[in-house]
Design a protein around this ligand. Structure first.
Ligand SMILES: [Mg+2]
Length: 92
C-alpha cells in the first residue's frame, strides 16, 4: 500500500467504528431519538455516507476491484436471502 491507500484504510476503519456507534444509539434510543438537536437517523445517515465515501475511495485508489466488490455484495445478499428473515413476506 502507498501512503494515500494507508490513510484511506485508516479513515475507513474509523468510519466503521462511527457507523457501529450510530447503530448502537438507534437501538438504545430509537431512530427518532435526538441529542444536541440531531436525530439518530440523521447521525446514522451521516456516518453511512462517510463510510460510503470511504468505500468509493477504496475502489478508486485501486485497493479493491469494483466489479469484485459488487460481486461480493451480491453474494452477501444471496446468503441473507437464505439465512436471514429480512426478505420474508411478513418483514418487508
Ligand atoms: Mg464519520
Amino acid at each position: 500500500m502507498n501512503k494515500a491507500q494507508k490513510e484511506i484504510m485508516l479513515i475507513a476503519q474509523e468510519e466503521c467504528a462511527e457507523v457501529t456507534q450510530a447503530i448502537s444509539k438507534v437501538f438504545r434510543f430509537g431512530l427518532d431519538g435526538s441529542h444536541n438537536e440531531r436525530t439518530n437517523r440523521e447521525r446514522l445517515t451521516e456516518e453511512l455516507g462517510d463510510l460510503h465515501c470511504m468505500l468509493e475511495l477504496i475502489v478508486e485508489s485501486g485497493l479493491v476491484d469494483r466489479s469484485e466488490l459488487l460481486n461480493a455484495s451480491g453474494n452477501k445478499r444471496k446468503k441473507l436471502m437464505q439465512w436471514s428473515q429480512i426478505f420474508e413476506d411478513e418483514n418487508v
